[in-house]
Each structure stands twice: as structure tokens, then as C-alpha cells.
Design a protein around this ligand. Structure first.
Ligand code: PMV
Length: 343
């Protein structure tokens, strides 16, 4: 009763922000992402590898992330997630789970997306559930990180919000595979690799409850999505890049306008360097170097460009004193099982 899965991270070009059902992780809007795949200069890609073993010989559940025992929150989330999977299989064996990220954990690089998908895949396989990709996506969503629903698939992925109360139709689908437009690059630019302050789940709840602009968000995102999918279909980089950037700035406007949350602090995920880099990308674009950006619930920036500008942009990004690292990605395959276990 042991299995290992490798799941890629992903970046939303139209974001998810806000839930209509908190416990079931049901979003207020459909959203759309590119799955992070390896490139020539980054053959490893950005992914999480997770091994899960169930056994009646274990007397407790154990969770190890990046070589360390998980903190209380991560432990409780994992146990709650695996309880759902134990329930589906009708067993109550204890488990041991070990997870390894090949990129900074919890700093806006969607380690929760790849982690949630790898956890759902490894645990369900270990218990012999053999789920369809759709069911796996529902299960990944229930990890608590909604974006995990998208990491199940490769290429260009839409998480359809669904209509049903039970959430069974709220799962991701692959819209275009990773070979549809391989020349797109997302340069994940590390400005700060420390763990962020307010988790997305908590931040989006604060936005739904207290942001006076929140009512505008679902319709903004849905209309961006309607324009983005045809732009990706016809490989129209200028339109697609700009929609991704607009959607990101709309998301951060919602965050900025969120009133003080339970922790009495404003929901500002930007670091000063985040803004500096946004302005830099605008300046490069004005010069004719075509690049856009998108930013999640953290300070780091993903610069979007085409393959022909990748080298120039990487050099320019690395020459900025506040850039710590640049990790290139392109559309890649979805989650898979692996034969080699972590323990
Ligand atoms: O998947 P979560 O619950 O970590 O939330 C993700 C939220 C954003 O990354 C900001 C947007 C998205 O769609 O990935």
C-alpha cells in the first residue's frame, strides 16, 4: 500500500480568488493555468514528489515535507485530506507521507498546488482507488489548495467552477495539451524565498468578507477567461500576455482593497521589489521587448515571454540587484506516478 506521484506546479493566467463553499473548496469563478514543465535550461521543471504508504503496522500518521516534520497546520491539512481518501477506500490504516519540492516552499510558487495534486494521486493509488483524472482533480481540490485541481493535467488547464452543491463538477479539464504552444516561457523570478505571511485560503476569505470591490471579481475573471482561451488557441501572444497581466493586476487590486483581516493587517503581498520589477517589465515592453507578468499571493513575479526572448530576459532579470534566481518553465505534462519511492 505504497505509491509515489510527481506533480508539476502551475501558474494561473486567470486567477482563482474566493470560495462559494469553504469546506468543499468551490471557487466563485472558473480559472485557467499553464502547467509548469521542464525547459532545456531547467530540465528538472518545478514539481513535488510525494510518497504515501498506508500500513496497519503504523501507530500514527507521519508527514515529512522537504526532510522535516511538517508544522502543525500542514500536518492537520494533510491528515484531513488523507481522511477523505481513507474514507473513499473504506479503510483506517495510518499513513506515512514524505514530500519533496524542487523549488521554494510556500513563497508564492504554488507548492501547495503541486503538493496537493501529488498527495491526492499517491494516496489514492496506494489504496488502489485508480481514479479518473476528473475524480483525481476533485480530490486534489479537497487538499485545501484549490489550484491543486489544475496540477493534475498538463498544458493549458481550466478549473471549471461547477454548479453542483456537492462539488463533483468542480474540477479541472485540459483545454490544450503541452504541445499546443511549446514556445511560451514563464520565468519564475525569485525575489524573496521566505515563507509568506497570509495563506491564500485565508486571504481570499478576507477578500470575500471585507473587500468592497469583491463583487466585481468573479465577472472580471470570467470575462478575462472568455477572451484568453481563444487567444491561446490562436497562439496570439500579445493578447494572451496582456490578459494575464490585466487579470493579475485586478486580483491584486482586490487584495489591496481588502479591509483589515482577522490578523489586523492589510493584504499586501507585494514586496517593494515586486513593484520595481512590474515597472521594469513595463519599461522593457515600451522598448519593444515583449514581456508580461503575473503574480500570485506572494512577492515573487512570473515573467511571461516567448522562447526567442528568453535568453535576453533572463540576462536582464539576473542583472537586477534584487533578483535572487530565475527559474524558466514552459507548458509541460501533468501529474504522473513514479516507480522510485522517497522512502
Ligand atoms: O490554491 P490556493 O488555495 O493556494 O489559492 C491559489 C490562489 C492564487 O494562486 C492566488 C490564484 C490561482 O488561481 O492559483
Amino acid at each position: 500500500m505504497k505509491a509515489t506521484a510527481v506533480a508539476p506546479s502551475n501558474i494561473a493566467w486567470v486567477k482563482y480568488w474566493g470560495r462559494r463553499n469553504d469546506a468543499l473548496v468551490l471557487p466563485t469563478n472558473s480559472n485557467f493555468s499553464m502547467t509548469f514543465g521542464p525547459t532545456k535550461t531547467n530540465p528538472e521543471g518545478m514539481h513535488t514528489t510525494t510518497t504515501v504508504e498506508f500500513s496497519d503496522a503504523f501507530d500514527m500518521d507521519t508527514v515529512i515535507i522537504d526532510g522535516k516534520e511538517a508544522d502543525r497546520n500542514a500536518y492537520d491539512r494533510t491528515v484531513a485530506h488523507l481522511n477523505i481518501i481513507r474514507g473513499l477506500a473504506g479503510v483506517n490504516y495510518r499513513f506515512k507521507m514524505e514530500s519533496r519540492n524542487n523549488f521554494p516552499y510556500g513563497a508564492g510558487f504554488a507548492s501547495s498546488a503541486s503538493g496537493g495534486a501529488a498527495e491526492a494521486y499517491a494516496a489514492s493509488e496506494a489504496l488502489g482507488l485508480r481514479l479518473s483524472k476528473e475524480k483525481l482533480s476533485v480530490l486534489a481540490r479537497l487538499s485545501g489548495s484549490g489550484s491543486a485541481a489544475r496540477s493534475v493535467h498538463g498544458g493549458w488547464v481550466m478549473w471549471q467552477k461547477g454548479e453542483r452543491e456537492d462539488g463533483e463538477d468542480s474540477h479541472a479539464i485540459r483545454v490544450f495539451d503541452e504541445n499546443h504552444w511549446p514556445d511560451v516561457r514563464v520565468l519564475a523570478t525569485v525575489l524573496d524565498d521566505k515563507v509568506k505571511g497570509v495563506r491564500s485560503a485565508e486571504g481570499m476569505k478576507e477578500s470575500v468578507e471585507s473587500c468592497p470591490l469583491y463583487a466585481l471579481w468573479p465577472s472580471t475573471a470570467e470575462s478575462d477567461l472568455k477572451r484568453l482561451i481563444p487567444a491561446i488557441e490562436r497562439r496570439d501572444f500579445s493578447t494572451a500576455g496582456l490578459i494575464a497581466e490585466y487579470n493579475c493586476r485586478a486580483l491584486h487590486a482586490i487584495m489591496l482593497a481588502t479591509r483589515e483581516g482577522p490578523k489586523d493587517r492589510p493584504l499586501i503581498y507585494f514586496a517593494p521589489e515586486t513593484i520595481a520589477l512590474m515597472k521594469q517589465v513595463h519599461a522593457w515592453r515600451a522598448e519593444g521587448l515583449e514581456a508580461y507578468y503575473t503574480i500570485d499571493a506572494g512577492p515573487n513575479v512570473k515573467v511571461i515571454c516567448m522562447k526567442e526572448d528568453e535568453a535576453t530576459l533572463t540576462d536582464r532579470l539576473k542583472s537586477l540587484p534584487f533578483v535572487k534566481n530565475v527559474i524558466p518553465t514552459q507548458p509541460g505534462p501533468g501529474a504522473r506516478l513514479a516507480d522510485e519511492h522517497l522512502f
